[in-house]
Design a protein around this ligand. Structure first.
Ligand SMILES: Cc1cc2nc3c(=O)[nH]c(=O)nc-3n(C[C@H](O)[C@H](O)[C@H](O)COP(=O)(O)O)c2cc1C
Length: 364
């Protein structure tokens, strides 16, 4: 796929996610086959008021891989200046957030609120386009519309492209839906139909498996797919999609040894790159993600959130995976690793966690 003059290899894109798509996690997803990863959204106001340290620390890529920086704001001049800063630190793609439903963002008339002000949104894209080198494409991520009465994705996307956007990502929910209800694949399909074929359209929303990926591609005709929540703890989804796109057989599900190795590598990246005061929190998060669906996972999660040091959390993780390997060494155990009552607890914890996270995102 080509975004302006930037070539992107085959595979799915990692969605921008606040407090999730930091440098360690983006690196893991890139290594497992993500075609492009996005930083979390960065406030243009904050960046231009001197918070660019955050930009240089976490908004980069390891190994010279391409990456997208996402910014949000309301004033085209300010967003353009922030885009300039992102260009200076090496962003390959500059994405503007016009989809965030959180009250803390839409209250400031940013994020998805811009879908109700296409004129302002156009001015923003044009200002950013003029402010950064031609080699860095400007892209926009938006929703299906504000609510059921204003499903304007296709018209909105057309206007963004007229103003200079080189790629459009559509999360097929309205702002009013937040993260609930179903994704409207028809809204993504309409955007694809409305734009010239030289402008890639990326479909987003609820991709949890290769089957979901295939449905999204088939029903919308989108050029690429963006994966968000399902990548947490399952970055192997990128490997599967990539294999599919390259016409290779699907790789087998990762063995425990591989899950262990990827978790350990992720934890090392956290220790190396996360701000020191965040390391303990981030390490707990990695263990919570990678232990989902594994025997003893829910017990591990309760214990790791009461540990007070990074070393203790790492030690818990090492013992957790060692125990799984020992179990696997006994014939037949690998076939059914999680007893039914633990599966139930897993589902319950996951729903509670997702609900809390969605509330944070939606209510700011
Ligand atoms: C915790 C969290 C944080 C998010 N932060 C952002 C963000 O910073 N910028 C953005 O455009 N979308 C953000 N989103 C939305 C995702 O990029 C994506 O559009 C949405 O989760 C739907 O895709 P999924 O079903 O694959 O997760 C966030 C979503 C979640 C769950």
């Amino acid at each position: 796929m080509r975004i302006g003059s930037v070539d992107i290899g085959p595979g799915a894109l990692l969605a921008p996610m606040e407090a999730v798509t930091d440098l360690p996690f983006r690196t893991i997803c890139e290594e497992l086959g993500a075609a492009l990863t996005y930083t979390e959204f960065l406030s243009a106001e904050a960046l231009t008021r001197g918070a660019e340290k955050a930009l240089t620390r976490m908004s980069k890529s390891l190994g010279g891989r391409k990456f997208a920086v996402q910014v949000f704001g309301r004033d085209p001049e300010v967003v353009a200046r922030a885009a300039g800063l992102a260009a200076d630190i090496g962003a390959s793609v500059l994405d503007i957030n016009m989809g965030c439903p959180a009250k803390k963002i839409t209250g400031g008339m940013c994020g998805s609120a811009l879908m109700r002000e296409p004129e302002l949104a156009r001015a923003m894209v044009a200002a950013v386009r003029a402010a950064i080198p031609d080699a860095i494409p400007v892209t926009v991520k938006h929703r299906a519309g504000w609510d059921d009465l204003s499903l304007n994705a296709a018209d909105f996307a057309r206007q963004m492209v007229d103003a200079g956007a080189a790629l459009i990502t559509v999360h097929g929910r309205t702002r009013a839906q937040g993260f609930s209800g179903t994704v409207r694949l028809s809204a993504i399909a309409e955007v694809r139909l409305a734009l010239p074929t030289t402008i890639p359209v990326v479909g987003n929303g609820d991709i949890r498996s290769v089957d979901d990926y295939l449905v999204m591609k088939r029903e919308t005709n989108c050029d690429a797919v963006m994966i968000g929540r399902a990548a947490r703890g399952n970055p192997w989804l990128f490997r599967d999609v990539r294999a599919l796109e390259e016409g290779r057989p699907l790789p087998p599900a990762p063995a425990i040894t591989e899950q262990h190795a990827v978790w350990r590598h992720h934890a090392e990246l956290v220790r190396e790159h996360s701000p020191p005061k965040m390391v303990l929190h981030e390490l707990r998060k990695t263990l919570a993600w990678y232990s989902r669906g594994l025997f003893g996972g829910s017990d591990l999660r309760s214990r790791c959130f009461s540990e007070r040091s990074s070393d203790a959390v790492l030690d818990l993780g090492e013992r957790f995976f060692a125990n799984l390997l020992a179990r696997e060494a006994h014939a037949g155990v690998a076939a059914d690793p999680v007893p039914p009552e633990e599966k139930w607890r897993e589902r319950h914890q996951r729903r509670a966690g997702d609900k809390e996270e969605m509330e944070n995102v939606c209510d700011g």
